[in-house]
Design a protein around this ligand. Sequence first.
Ligand code: NAD
Ligand code: 6OD
Length: 471
Amino acid sequence: MRHYVGGAFDASGDPFPLVDPVHGRTVGEVPSAPAALVDRAVRAAREALRGPWGSWSPADRARMLHRVADGIERRSREFVAAECADTGKPRELASTVDVPRAVANFRAYADLLAGRAERSWHTATRDGRGALNYTVRKPLGVVAVISPWNLPLLLLTWKVAPALAVGNTVVAKPSELTPGTACLLAEVMADCGLPAGVFNLVHGPGPGAAGQWLTEHPEVDAIAFTGESGTGSTIMRAAAARLAPVSFELGGKNAGLVFADADLDRAVAGTVRSAFTHSGQVCLCTERLYVERPVFDAFAGRLADAARRLDGYGPMISAAHRDKVLGHLTGAAADGKVLAGGGVPVFGDDRDGGFFVEPTVLSGLPEDHPAVREEIFGPVVHLAPFDTEEEALALANAGPYGLAATVWTGDLARAHRVAPALDVGIAWVNTWNLRDLRTPFGGVKASGIGREGGEHSLDFFSEPMNVCVKL
Ligand code: NAD
Ligand code: 6OD
């Protein structure tokens, strides 16, 4: 595990342990970047803006992004292995979602560059000669990309690819819990011949370490961050000091609505995915499900059966996170009903040292209960009944977050009425987490600031400038 700064690998800094969440064992060490190295990374990124990279055309950059995508594809088995080792997620998930999505992130932004048109206007003037106005888009400069542990490669590349596409240079800091695929990405960047300093990587925790130093660095021009809402507030304060723009993808407490007219087979299967994929450690996972009363008991029974039958699921990322999830389950068991799961599974093998939590279905808790109001980020969903469409919307829209929601209905008019009335950035109807990389992605309220995806990312990572030429 090494940093990558100014085109050179570097292992300086005090090491911290890397723990395998499947077995709970320490399996390696990662160096925590000293402040001087973080500073060097930012300066290398600044220097690279002035180098050849600054004069690369969009077509040159698009070719480089495709080369990086090819490089990830060529080493996809290593990427899958590293992602599974760090997160404990099932191999199936890493090989069908995380790694192919990293490839797609680079290809999508490379292809979008080709279709970008700048606008120009001919402006009338009193002397009749007119003026030509046109817009040029410039990179922001040095961008800090700070990413979480749940989808380490997917979420890192989701920001690095568009930032590079429009000509920025990047200093990336992955989660200290999951540095493996970021290290491989740095190797791919080096092998592709990306100019030194264009992509830099530093490891370490956030507070009092690489994360904080990066966000406070006066030479960092913008910050793209994915993580907890509270961390977003801290980073925003750091950015505010120098008015640096931020793009934030933050926490959630996503609601699902199941109407009695829904195809219940589809709704149950879809909810199993939306609640339990990656053991609930996807920001888009459903943690609150509201079910129309006539089908509530049938739906709850079927979802609980499906949750009990799930196997092959992965662990929580750490002992601390497992304990936080179990704390919620203890509170929920005392105040409501546990329909499935609720504890720690016993495998009878060395996974018993890992950080697993059973897929859990709860019900009967009041809406202001911490397990219904706070983000758990584990394999836990709470079910509550509703009687009217208005009530369903009011329940879904309550609370501080607004990232994503699902609507399960067989009534097309209802789908189009309800989905846009949800206070979220993304609403799925009769599906979950079906992604088209050109669509806007992000949250409202405490779930984020700004939109990423397609043109939205290219817009965030660049600044339009007006040039007016008197003719
Ligand atoms: P986190 O906020 O603890 O950490 C995220 C990153 O920020 C890590 O790299 C961490 O080292 C760094 N960091 C922490 N404190 C920092 C500080 N003071 N200054 C600078 N950097 C700092 O989040 P996490 O636990 O890694 O991830 C889980 C959270 O992320 C959940 O809340 C989840 O909902 C959210 N998330 C949101 C999205 C989205 O798209 N909206 C996607 C994935 C995860
Ligand atoms: O699919 C994406 O683009 C994306 N940003 C997913 C985020 C998932 C959160 O855990």
